[in-house]
Design a protein around this ligand. Structure first.
Ligand SMILES: Cc1ncc(COP(=O)(O)O)c(C=O)c1O
Length: 417
């Protein structure tokens, strides 16, 4: 372990800022377009609004809405705006959380506590397609639930018959994605909703990626499978504001069709000396910064801004799809939104990815099937041409290696997140 100690005396901000800049230089830039995931960009003005609003409220604490009523008001308004986009009916409700994982843990907790209150099971289980995010396994582990992951359809979407076959009387929750992270494809939520209604099972739709994007993609006339509260049977959703909502990191939503379900998520406690303690989410202290950031960006962009951003994004996505295909690569799907997953039927895609790394690109890989992945956002506009020039060269080298029978390496060993 490094021994690093608190300096005995403080330093000047100018010096510290210089040191922070040095540290930042260790990182991949989130602004030069060479990262295919992790960061989401609309434009410089949006980034500035997100950061300044965060800074204004960084020291406030949403744990204490009596002291900081602004944080509660902004949170309620963000939730209401999102529910408006996601067809939340009257009586729907939700909370802001620190990220998709927390939103998911809370929804799974609500489903578990609802089941325990209405029909307790010995060993409750949750049933989900193999492509859903590991946050559900994390949640199940924390909450004492068993997870059953089911095989996908050949086209990588949820196989609803496989979900049904995995269910039994101890199943308390079904999950589907809109879209899934590995494939960028929206599961057949309408069919899963029917299964949920027929069996009386809670259905959660994980739209961490799509929640703040799919509504605008659909409004622009692209075909988006129904995925939100408009679908009968969808009882809760997760939707990240820090992805295509363009908020500062640390902002997501957990949403419920019926406000009454929020009660199963909440934590209340009074058997200690300080009396009543209530937290709506997992956190105690919650920075008002993330709440203000999301609120400010949503007001800054408005529907018009999100639509204009999304229109450009979808044109760029189509450019990427066409670019991959022009190089003989296969695009899974086609993608429903902006996550593009690409295989190489004639070559080893991971060795192509290695070549791309050597050319200065951070590569996002998928293990099953071996694939590279690009979560397209507007930060990639500036580099698309260079990316495809480099990819063309890497594909050519990959083809030469394949022709010479040279295998690059064990595919699974190199998958990084
Ligand atoms: C579909 C999906 N669900 C959940 C998550 C988890 O979100 P977070 O990393 O914000 O906790 C992600 C993150 O990429 C995701 O893509």
């Amino acid at each position: 372990m490094t021994t690093y100690t608190l300096p005995s005396r403080g330093a000047s901000w100018a010096g510290i800022k210089g040191r922070l800049a040095e540290l930042q230089s260790l990182d991949w830039s989130h602004r030069d377009g060479r990262l295919p995931l992790h960061c989401y960009y609309a434009n410089d003005d949006v980034s500035q609004v997100a950061a300044e609003a965060y800074a204004m409220f960084a020291s406030t604490n949403a744990l204490a809405p009596v002291a900081f009523p602004s944080t509660r008001q902004m949170e309620q308004e963000v939730v209401a705006m999102a529910l408006g986009l996601l067809h939340g009916p009257s009586g729907s409700a939700g909370c802001m959380t620190s990220g998709g994982t927390e939103s998911i843990i809370l929804a799974v907790k609500a489903a578990r506590d609802f089941a325990a209150a209405t029909r307790p099971r010995k060993q409750p289980n949750i049933v989900l397609p193999r492509s859903v995010h590991p946050a559900f396994d994390k949640a199940a582990h924390l909450l004492g639930l068993t997870v059953r992951r089911t095989a996908l359809q050949p086209g990588y979407r949820c196989d609803v018959a496989a979900l049904e076959a995995a269910m039994d009387e101890d199943t308390i929750l079904l999950v589907a994605s809109a879209p899934s992270l590995p494939y960028g494809l929206v599961d057949p939520i309408a069919e899963v909703g029917q299964l949920a209604l027929r069996t009386g099972t809670w259905l959660h739709v994980d739209s961490c990626i799509g929640g703040m994007l799919a509504p605008f993609v659909a409004k622009l006339g692209y075909p988006v499978p129904p995925f939100d509260f408009a679908v009968p049977g969808v009882r809760s959703m997760s939707a990240d504001l820090h992805k295509f909502g363009y908020s500062a990191k640390g902002a997501s939503l957990v949403l419920y069709r019926d406000e009454a379900d929020l009660d199963y998520q909440y934590c209340r406690f009074d058997a200690w000396p300080k009396g009543d303690y209530f937290t709506p989410t997992l956190a105690g202290t919650r920075s008002g910064g993330t709440i203000a950031s999301a609120w400010a960006v949503m007001h800054f962009l408005g529907e018009e801004g999100y639509l204009a951003t999304t229109a450009r994004l979808m044109r760029l996505r189509d450019h990427y799809i066409a670019g991959f295909r022009a190089l003989g690569l296969e695009v899974l799907g086609p993608p429903d939104l902006a996550v593009v997953t690409v295989t190489a039927p004639q070559a080893n895609i991971f060795s192509i990815a290695d070549d791309m790394r050597e050319r200065g690109w951070y590569m996002s890989l998928v293990a099953e099937p071996p694939a590279i992945q690009q979560t397209v956002n507007l930060v990639h506009e500036q580099v698309a041409e260079r990316y495809f020039d480099d990819l063309a060269a890497a594909v050519q080298q990959g083809a030469a290696r394949a022709a010479a029978g040279i295998e690059a390496h064990d595919a699974r060993a190199v998958v990084t997140y």
